[in-house]
Design a protein around this ligand. Structure first.
Ligand SMILES: *Cc1c(COP(=O)(O)O)cnc(C)c1O
Length: 244
């Protein structure tokens, strides 16, 4: 390897390290500001397009959760992740016909938005003699071409999913619309938190509202202040994504 490449790589490691500690510090501050402990906030790294060596480097720094978006990419990287020290989740849009390929490989699927998908997750989990944790994705901005269930259909969907044997609802997830201001995005975060609390207080069988997953690189601090207890940060940790 040439010297230039080596120094580029070293710089990437250094950046990831600096970013990792900056993010964990920001999480602690936002947690404290919202009356919680930093341990109550789960930091998941969104790892799409990132090579396993950099993902594993972040894990060596203390990162405990990683999330992939695409089944194909997850499978191609699967053998390389350091899964002894971190936990792999699926955070992207999942097609029903691909469920089979990731059951047993991921500890949680964050992006369930239909009964059809949930049924297939439960069916495949049963065949593998396990139960899969899921979050229900809410289309909080009511965007036409985006995944997620509309809020008025959420309770019915959760009710139906709660009857499936090999699936466990653990909370909610959302990707709000791109906003021009922090104020605007906070309206969506607030709305999600309210829905999360509403459902938590209803306490249905087989439904656990442990996680409210929202907030990405640009807005994870605001998300925590609005009540998120899981954030998904990609470029803020690993640098800008390069799509090949
Ligand atoms: C890519 C991605 C993220 C992280 O986005 P960044 O802006 O890079 O932090 C979070 N959630 C989902 C579902 C993603 O696909």
């Amino acid at each position: 390897m040439t010297e230039k490449l080596l120094t580029d790589k070293q710089k990437r490691y250094d950046d990831i390290k600096a970013n990792y500690f900056e993010i964990t510090e920001n999480i602690a501050k936002a947690a404290e500001e919202s009356g919680r402990k930093s341990e109550e906030i789960t930091f998941l790294a969104a790892t799409k397009t990132v090579e396993p060596e950099f993902i594993n480097y972040a894990i060596s720094l203390g990162l405990k959760k990683i999330g992939e978006n695409r089944v194909q990419e997850l499978l191609s990287k699967y053998e390389s992740y350091d899964l002894k020290n971190a936990d792999l989740q699926f955070i992207g849009h999942l097609q029903t016909n691909k469920v089979r390929q990731i059951i047993g490989k991921v500890s949680m699927i964050q992006s369930v938005d239909s009964l059809k998908l949930a049924k297939e997750i439960s069916r495949q989990s049963e065949m593998n003699k396990l139960t899969t944790d899921v979050l229900i994705e809410v289309n909080i901005g009511r965007e036409e071409n985006k995944s997620g269930v509309m809020e008025e259909q959420l309770e019915e969907l959760i009710g139906e999913i709660s009857l499936l044997k090999n699936i466990k609802v653990r909370g909610l997830m959302s990707v709000p619309p791109i906003c021009d201001s922090k104020q605007e995005i906070c309206k969506f975060f607030d709305k999600m938190y309210k829905i999360f609390i509403d459902i938590s207080t209803k306490k249905s069988d087989n439904v656990y509202m442990d996680y409210l997953s929202m907030g990405m690189s640009e807005d994870y601090k605001e998300a925590i202040l609005c009540g998120a207890n899981m954030i998904r940060v990609g470029s803020g940790l690993f640098g800008a994504r390069i799509y090949r």
